[in-house]
Design a protein around this ligand. Structure first.
Ligand SMILES: NC(=O)c1ccc[n+]([C@@H]2O[C@H](COP(=O)([O-])OP(=O)(O)OC[C@H]3O[C@@H](n4cnc5c(N)ncnc54)[C@H](OP(=O)(O)O)[C@@H]3O)[C@@H](O)[C@H]2O)c1
Length: 503
């Protein structure tokens, strides 16, 4: 694959995101020879570093976070492409040196390269960074209009519809939509990208993905960890903003959208937006009925949320949510959709399961048990794969049925190790492909959905937190929400691709 010459300027070059995700992703791209010949990373932050001491720090983290260790040769090659620029965003002139650095590189390489600005800083810094970029004409790129600069913004984009719109207003006049890459790393996962391929590349699935055949859909994102030192961020976010607004609604849009006209950014983002618009809002006066929120308490020698660093001891921030909604269009009308996400749950699993209807089977009247519903599961974590649950006759003389799973697992089907989501997404930015980056219309529509719930919660009486133990599956009301419809949370029971065939 040919990747365009690029310089990635990481604002927040000393932070957690840079150390744990971005540098490991870029290192692996170097290792796979995917970085372009003309490539540089410029880390920008306040701490005092030389290029050499900055790289020494990055190497320490890389050893911790790399998915395949660190090869000395590759690191040497990669570290030669890394430099550091000390700057304080509180200082108005902090980025004035950057223009000169980029212009000099342009002369040295004699080419027009992509100028990519990655905002790995707290959202409170976004406005001042935008202003600085504009003041120094850094938004224009190397040759105005021919190759304008690109900006990468981490999710969540805003903290509600109003702040998302404010952010858009701030960006207006500085960066156009085609220059903005709103990153949601879940969309870089192979299984997520494969949802569309499975649906539209295999004739057997699409005809049955509708309300005639589908009983309901469940999407679960369960984490076994707590806030992991990010208490301050989490206090402001909560699980609804942190993962439902982006990861879960995006996955829901991919499984319910209609077939796009083409496999390109414009067509896919358009249909995802239409799908998001069709999701039924949970009105503020319905949150009692259709949502359950929770917060983990201490258990099994694990801290409760309120004992975490930088968390208020009376915090009412939710670390768990379960909700029920549906899709208001002719394809999906009447199919319940259950979403669930939480921290410090029993195990780490992110999956989406489509349960098909049971239509009654006369043939098996004399059997000791009846066929159970077929399931189609896309699992994103811990192992990426897709499974179809079928019914088979149990071997032997008895008339007995048994569920069997047909699985497609990435780690056994393909010999190459899976690229991390960030690796894929960073390459896409360098190549100017926005397919896996949500459009502002999608982001705003997702906030409309979430804002209604937040409004409803704000009118409820104070929640009785904590209301679930660390290491459990969340509050019992979440089970009751789905059991009231005769279902149960399938992610508790299903484990896709747990057998590792080869690596
Ligand atoms: N960490 C993750 O896994 C993760 C995941 C998804 C999204 N995000 C998002 O990514 C962003 C960064 O998160 P993070 O966890 O990496 O935060 P972090 O560890 O607190 O890093 C913040 C960075 O900002 C720099 N900084 C702070 N004040 C500055 C100033 N006045 N001038 C210049 N630089 C300044 C810090 O460097 P100095 O102290 O050296 O200046 C540091 O490099 C946030 O928006 C977060 O929501 C993070």
């Amino acid at each position: 694959m040919k990747v365009s010459p690029s310089v990635m300027i990481i604002f927040g070059g000393t932070g957690n995101l840079t150390n744990s995700r971005l540098i490991p992703a870029l290192y692996h791209l170097e290792s796979a020879n995917l970085l372009p010949k003309n490539f540089k990373v410029i880390g920008v932050a306040r701490k005092e570093f030389t290029d050499k001491s900055y790289c020494d720090e990055l190497l320490i983290s890389l050893k911790k976070y790399s998915r395949s260790g660190v090869d000395e040769e590759v690191w040497k090659r990669f570290s030669e492409k890394v430099t550091y620029l000390r700057a304080n965003f509180d200082d108005k002139d902090s980025l004035s040196d950057l223009s000169a650095i980029l212009d000099n590189l342009e002369k040295e390489w004699s080419i027009c390269f992509n100028r990519i600005f990655y905002l790995a800083v707290a959202p409170s810094f976004f406005p001042v960074v935008f202003d600085s970029l504009k003041r120094n004409k850094l938004n224009e790129g190397c040759a105005k209009d021919a190759n304008p600069a690109r900006i990468i913004i981490e999710k969540p984009f805003g903290r509600d519809l109003k702040t998302a719109k404010n952010l858009t207003t701030k960006l207006a006049g500085i960066f156009k939509e085609e220059q903005i890459y709103r990153i949601d790393h879940y969309l870089g996962k192979e299984t997520v990208q494969n949802i569309l391929t499975f649906r539209f590349g295999n004739e057997i699935f699409e005809p049955i993905l509708n309300n005639k055949f589908v009983d309901h859909i469940q999407i679960t994102m369960a984490e076994d960890v707590g806030v992991e030192g990010r208490g301050e961020f989490y206090e402001e976010a909560g699980v609804l903003r942190d993962v439902v607004q982006n990861h879960l609604l995006q996955v829901l849009a991919l499984i319910t959208m209609v077939e796009p006209e083409a496999f390109d950014a414009k067509s896919i983002r358009k249909e995802k937006y239409e799908a998001l618009k069709a999701i039924r809002f949970i009105e503020p006066n319905e949150v009692d009925k259709f949502t359950v929120r929770g917060q983990y308490g201490p258990a099994k020698s694990k801290k409760g949320y309120r004992e975490e660093d930088e968390v208020h001891k009376d915090s009412n921030t939710e670390t768990f949510v379960a909700l029920k909604t549906s899709i208001d269009n002719s394809t999906w009308k009447g199919v319940p959709i259950y979403l669930k996400a939480g921290k410090r749950l029993e195990k780490k699993v992110t999956s989406m399961t489509i349960q098909f209807k049971e239509t009654g089977h006369r043939l098996f009247e004399k059997f000791s048990n009846k066929p159970e519903a077929n399931l189609l599961t896309f699992q994103l974590q811990p192992d990426e794969g897709v499974a179809v649950r079928l019914v088979a006759k149990k071997p032997g003389f008895e008339k007995e049925l048994q569920n069997v799973d047909m699985e497609f697992c990435y780690n056994s089907a393909f010999r190459e190790p899976l690229p991390e989501a960030y690796e894929r997404l960073l390459i896409d930015v360098m190549n100017g492909d926005q397919t896996l980056f949500p459009h502002i219309d999608e982001v705003e529509e997702s906030w409309r959905f979430v804002d209604k719930i937040l409004e409803g919660w704000s009118k409820q009486s104070k929640p009785q937190f904590p209301n679930y133990d660390s290491g459990s599956w969340g509050p019992k009301e979440a089970d009751e929400l789905i059991e009231a419809d005769g279902h149960s949370w399938l992610a508790h029971q299903l484990s896709v691709c747990q057998i590792h065939f080869r690596n």
